[in-house]
Design a binder for this molecule. Structure first.
Ligand code: TYD
Length: 201
């Protein structure tokens, strides 16, 4: 049987990375092979593209195209073979991040991303997307006290407001696969929310 494809999304500083080890453990309890991966990245070529994407200034459409180039490789090498052999794939970000950051944040036209999505993904869509959501002030404050920021993490509060709104719009327009996790609460409460969502799978 084909595996399930789960993606994690949210603004920088929303705290999604904290939950990945727990989510892997919860999925492994279902006695399935779990493949944990990330975007941009997930393959040797994708990780090289990630280094460029997170460091180098570039035209927003170049950024979009490189995200999808990395994604094409990721799907071909990792995601599709894993799902086909029945493994469950957990990806730290996927195409919703392109709609949020490149369209919402940078103003790339959504129609261009819709075309690239159809080209690169065919019918592939996540079965479940957990959107870790916090108010912008909270994520900006968390980022300020975190490690050296990358190109995206150095962006303004205005940029992050656009990202959050774009993510929430995506969630409203795709209610069947999105689940919004309120990350603006005590860590144990966020963990409990994540656990209850995973238990429905
Ligand atoms: P992130 O997932 O936050 O990793 P880390 O926790 O190591 O910082 O970093 C990836 C960055 O790439 C994040 O700022 C969002 C950005 N991104 C896009 O702009 N578009 C995309 O399509 C993807 C997948 C990521």
């Amino acid at each position: 049987m084909r595996g399930k494809f789960i993606t994690l999304e949210g603004m920088d500083g929303a705290g999604k990375s904290t939950h990945i080890p727990d989510i892997i453990k919860l999925l492994e309890k279902k006695d399935v092979e779990v493949v944990s991966t990330r975007e941009p990245g997930g393959t040797a070529l994708g990780e090289q593209l990630r280094t460029l994407l997170l460091k180098e200034p570039m035209h927003p459409e170049t950024e979009t195209l490189l995200m999808f180039a990395a994604r094409r490789e990721h799907i071909a090498q990792i995601i599709e073979p894993a799902l086909a052999r029945g493994a469950w794939v957990l990806s730290d970000r996927f195409t919703d991040a392109t709609y949020a950051y490149q369209c919402g944040g940078r103003g790339v036209l959504a129609n261009k991303v819709i075309d690239l999505e159809a080209w690169v993904q065919g019918g592939l869509q996540p079965d479940l997307t957990l959107l870790f959501d916090v108010p912008v002030e909270v994520s900006v404050a968390r980022l300020a006290s975190a490690r050296t920021p990358d190109k995206f993490e150095r962006e303004s509060e205005e940029f992050f407001t656009k990202i959050r709104n774009a993510y929430l719009n995506r969630a409203n327009n795709n209610p069947n696969r999105f689940c919004i996790i309120n990350s603006n609460q005590a860590l144990d409460d966020v963990k409990a929310e994540v656990k209850s969502v995973i238990s429905t799978l």
